[in-house]
Design a protein around this ligand. Structure first.
Ligand code: THU
Ligand code: ZN
Length: 157
């Protein structure tokens, strides 16, 4: 297939934009190391969420000794954005991007996918990365990870 020069430029531009965006999200997630607490699993997960107005919030997993009350990194990042007024500023579907990094590629668990969907833009992207940067990050739509979701739509919201 013949490629137009314009197409090639657009592709490079898009890739660079993604890389810059991923770098910002990675930095926000790594800042959340300061709240990390996982002495039981010793499995560090760091996350960041990006709002529709470009703000970034980081989170890490926080475990409890009874093991059942653990908070997941994605959930903590989401709650930080909510605490800073994301919904009142932007309306319900403010969540544009979710970034998650761990020792190995760790997509958000089913519970996190459901919680993220509550505030997600329909085109929300999920980026899964590794701490050592050995793999290139996986970029997926949240709707790929949570097809046919049950959510606010079921209540007409
Ligand atoms: N974990 C997360 O932070 N997010 C997920 O969606 C999957 C699991 C954390 C919880 C626990 O502290 C550790 O990973 C091992 O399950
Ligand atoms: Zn989870």
């Amino acid at each position: 297939m013949r490629r137009l020069p314009g197409d090639a430029c657009a592709a490079v531009h898009t890739r660079q934009m993604h890389e810059r965006q991923i770098d910002r999200l990675r930095a926000a997630a790594h800042e959340a190391r300061q709240m990390h607490w996982a002495p039981y699993s010793r499995y560090m997960v760091l996350a960041a969420v990006e709002t529709a107005d470009g703000r970034l919030y980081g989170g890490s997993n926080v475990e409890a000794a009874n093991l059942t009350l653990t908070k997941h990194a994605e959930e903590v990042a989401l709650l930080c954005a909510l605490a800073d007024g994301a919904t009142s500023r932007l309306g319900r579907q403010w969540l544009k991007t979710v970034y998650v990094t761990a020792g190995q590629l760790s997509p958000p668990c089913g519970g996190c996918r459901q919680m993220l969907w509550e505030f997600a833009d329909p085109d929300c992207l999920v980026i899964c990365d590794t701490m050592d940067g050995d793999h290139s990050p996986l970029v997926m739509a949240l709707t790929q990870l949570l097809p046919h979701p049950f959510g606010p739509e079921n209540f007409g919201l």
